[in-house]
Design a protein around this ligand. Structure first.
Ligand SMILES: [Zn+2]
Ligand SMILES: [Zn+2]
Length: 466
């Protein structure tokens, strides 16, 4: 088999990998780089075009985060014959995120803030939706290509990451007739979160493991437990509410938002925070919550009786005056974007909140260096009243509010990833989805613990032949 990443591998950007297995070409994921725009955000599909012996037959989409699905319409423009496979829940989420992405690109174009034309239109993605083949977890399906020399079967396993997320197992016979197994973890979490249970993995050993590395350089992640983090989160919320302030919890609209709302709901049930404290949420986040509810009997759940709909939420008011009014009394705002990018609701709210020492900003997700969420943490560390720039147009504001970060990742920490290698006993591990320090730490440790193991750390466009 040949493996080749088509997206940047030095950062977590467009996850999209090409796999050639005995004449069959399979794309693993269709991610877009969330930091880039236009064609620069896409995986490099010319890598396949330029090779006359490479041919893409099918595409496995592992989950509906942008860095795994955002380029799907563009990939279909290049390879209209592709068979696109995903879980049912991922298809439901795709029908929400891809049209939303098309609308956002069009809006940016209209407002003059886009640097390149939209990659696809809403009408187009609505048509593509009919092409997606949805599968149940743990049921194999055929992905043999037009020029395939042997049948290849694929099976999705619950990845424990977000709703619908799936690891993918590929099974085929090699030239000698021996059964070979390739497993792609995608973004994975071995442990249960609040709504989604921990991941499932093949029972038998695999030959090649394509492993995510997100938290490979994060030593703190393995030292904290989810329970302790939730307790600390509860204590902070209680403190903010008791002094009459409001809490802002910036979240990614898909996955983290729903898990965070479920945590707040539990804290209310346990009496850690008053049950009548209003919780505000908005727009896309609520649409995703509806899909979580709709699929609760058909996807892995910790408690299928739990519904997002059962959590009382108010809509975040639209006008600044109404927002200011809502901030007069304690409340919890669960809004996107998670990194608090300019012109998003979490950034706008933070601008109204940071100068008041009663308020708190509780960060529950990853914050890229120099994102507004990261700048808030840095300013807070410098002491009360330190300046923070949330939006360049606005300039610095004094940061008097409280800022704290909590670890509630939907990714496995690095010791768990090593455990997974132990369990699946591969001969080859290919490290993806992690920045250079993360992949280096994992590579070094895997080589140390398993000297026989072949560890690969491929760059974009690099072919690995196994
Ligand atoms: Zn993800
Ligand atoms: Zn990802």
């Amino acid at each position: 088999m040949i493996f080749c990443p088509l997206g940047e591998t030095e950062t977590i950007s467009a996850s999209c990998h090409f796999l050639s297995v005995r004449g069959t070409g399979i794309l693993l994921d269709a991610g877009i780089d969330p930091e880039a725009e236009g064609t620069a955000a896409l995986p490099d599909l010319d890598i396949i075009h330029n090779r006359h012996d490479w041919y893409a037959d099918s595409l496995l989409v592992t989950h509906a985060h942008h860095d795994h699905i955002g380029a799907l319409p563009s990939i279909l423009q290049h390879f209209p014959h592709l068979k696109v496979h995903m879980t049912h829940a991922t298809r439901d989420l795709a029908d929400h995120v891809l049209p939303a992405s098309a609308r956002l690109q069009r809006r940016r174009m209209r407002e003059g803030t886009a640097t390149s034309p939209p990659l696809f239109s809403e009408e187009e993605v609505n048509v593509y939706s009919y092409l997606y083949l949805a599968h149940k977890l743990n049921e194999s399906f055929d992905v043999t290509g037009l020029r395939g020399e042997t049948p290849i079967r694929a099976t999705f396993y619950n990845a424990g990451h977000i709703l619908g997320s799936a690891g993918s197992l590929l099974t085929y016979a090699d030239e000698a007739g021996t059964t070979r197994r390739i497993f792609y973890t995608s973004d994975t979490n071995l442990r249960a979160q609040g709504i989604i249970p921990g991941g499932d993995y093949p029972k038998e050993k695999v030959d090649v493991l394509i492993l995510e590395s997100t938290l490979g350089a994060d030593p703190d992640a393995e030292l904290t437990t989810r329970r302790r983090e939730i307790e600390r989160f509860g204590r902070r919320l209680k403190m903010i509410i008791e002094r009459g302030g409001s809490a802002l919890v910036p979240v990614f609209a898909m996955g983290r938002a729903q898990e965070t709302l479920a945590i707040i709901h539990k804290l209310k049930e346990k009496g850690v925070i008053p049950s009548d404290i209003p919780v505000y949420s908005a727009g896309g986040l609520r649409a995703v919550s509806d899909i979580y509810d709709k699929t609760r009997f058909t996807t892995p759940r910790i408690d299928e009786s739990f519904q997002m709909y059962g959590i009382e939420q108010r809509r975040v008011p639209k006008s600044t005056a109404a927002l200011m009014n809502a901030l007069e009394s304690p409340g919890i705002f669960v809004v996107s974007s998670g990194m608090m990018f300019e012109r998003t609701l979490s950034n706008r709210l933070a601008q109204l909140m940071v100068e008041d020492e009663k308020n708190g900003i509780l960060l529950v997700g990853f914050a890229r260096e120099d994102s507004p969420a990261d700048r808030l943490q840095r300013s807070f560390a410098l002491g009360q009243g330190s300046p923070v720039i949330l939006d360049d147009d606005l300039g610095p504001q004094p940061l008097n509010a409280f800022v704290e970060r909590f670890r509630m990742s939907s990714h496995s920490h690095r010791r768990d990833l090593i455990q997974l290698v132990e369990k699946l006993k591969p001969e080859h591990v290919i490290l993806v989805h992690g920045d250079a320090p993360a992949r280096t730490w994992l590579a070094d440790n895997l080589r140390f613990f398993y000297p026989e193991l072949n560890v690969h750390v491929p760059k974009k466009g690099e072919e690995i032949e196994i």
